[in-house]
Ligand binder design. Sequence first.
Ligand code: SF4
Length: 455
Amino acid sequence: MPIKGTDIVKKLPESGKKNCKECGFPTCFAFAMKLASGGTTLEKCPYLSPEAKEELEDALAPAIKLANIGSGENAVKIGNEEVIYRHEKSFIHEPGIALLISDKESEGEIEEKIRKIKELEFPWIGLTLKANLLAPYFESGNRSKFEALVKRIYESTDLGMVLISEDLDALFSARDICADRKPLLYPITKENLEKAIPKIKQSPTPLAVRAGSIEELVPLTTRLKEEKLDELVLDPGSKNLMEGLKDQTFIRRAAIKQGFRPLGYPTIAFPCFIAKDSLKEILAASLFIIKYAGIIVLSDVDKTSLFPLLVHRLNIYTDPRIPMSVEEKYYEIGEPSEESPVLVTSNWALSYFIVSSAIEAAKVPSFLCVKESEGLGVLTAWAAGKFSGDSVGALIKRCGVEDRVKHRKLVIPGRVARIKGELEEALPDWEIVVGPREATGIAAFLPPFAAKLKT
Ligand code: SF4
């Protein structure tokens, strides 16, 4: 639970009465209040004792700590979550989707999985959706085989890894191959903990702690924290989907509602081990996206299962307070030519998606101009003054579509036919054509309209 400013001030120098102003605040109390709201940092006060600093750092840390797996632009951040329910505010860091590769799989299967993770990318409303981790799994009993797998993944991708091995020596020799990529080491258990600690300290990297139950996780995370190993991921050892749902929910509630620090870490879930077939595995993964896994490990992926899962993840981890929107510019739908239709819509992601899909369905390559309208639909944007004739006219002038077509006919949504006159004044060279009211009408409207442009 967040610490209050009035509690922070008691820990400041001279119990908050020093008031030297060196932090840039007029009093220790003002500094404490700002600190409590996240508006400044402890480093600003040079007089904090090491003990007070450590205590306050701990008290001010987020309820669920952040963990970083991987490096560079492929680093996956998980944790830092602040709410139980998405509608309370927003979920923050979407879970990493990891693909399991066992060292018992054939050369061809391994190659195919690496190819899939690299190639299965889906453009979606201006974003690229993809799975983001690989999970090499020591299953063969042959340590050099596992090391060869990790090396192969390391050399052929830039992705972060979840290293899975019950054999501690194999786990750390694999860690040494890819230590610069900050792999997640799994599992740290009560059986291997003390032996693992000195090896972890040689090259610290995130750790996934596994126990037989939530209660058994607590002494493990407490012990690791004593050793200042605090970038942790929790596996409560759930044996089936129902247990998984219960455990994930319990951990989230304990961390956020009770402020229980030993469970204040992101979690990992293994649909690959608890589901009996591929359909149930994807269904389990979709459940863990909602409730509340930080990493989800799958045994395999294909286009038809991964794409909906990634869209689902995007939807759950999009801030509900901010409408989803696409960038203002003209988009090419298909391969348009200088005789192709030009249409305009607002930048609400759903508007863009529905209109572009309708154009694709009509099989008429077109230019679709998207007007920035703060993520509002066309009619709402017009009512809010963000889809006026003047502003749409200005977009057509500046977006460059005039250089791409030789005709001057612009199709506007039928719902905002009322901007036609204003738009004709803003674009005197253009003929303004009122299109269908509903995007579903585009399929019938566009082919004859496009045929006329060619005559
Ligand atoms: Fe108080 Fe520290 Fe700020 Fe000085 S620098 S006013 S001691 S919080």
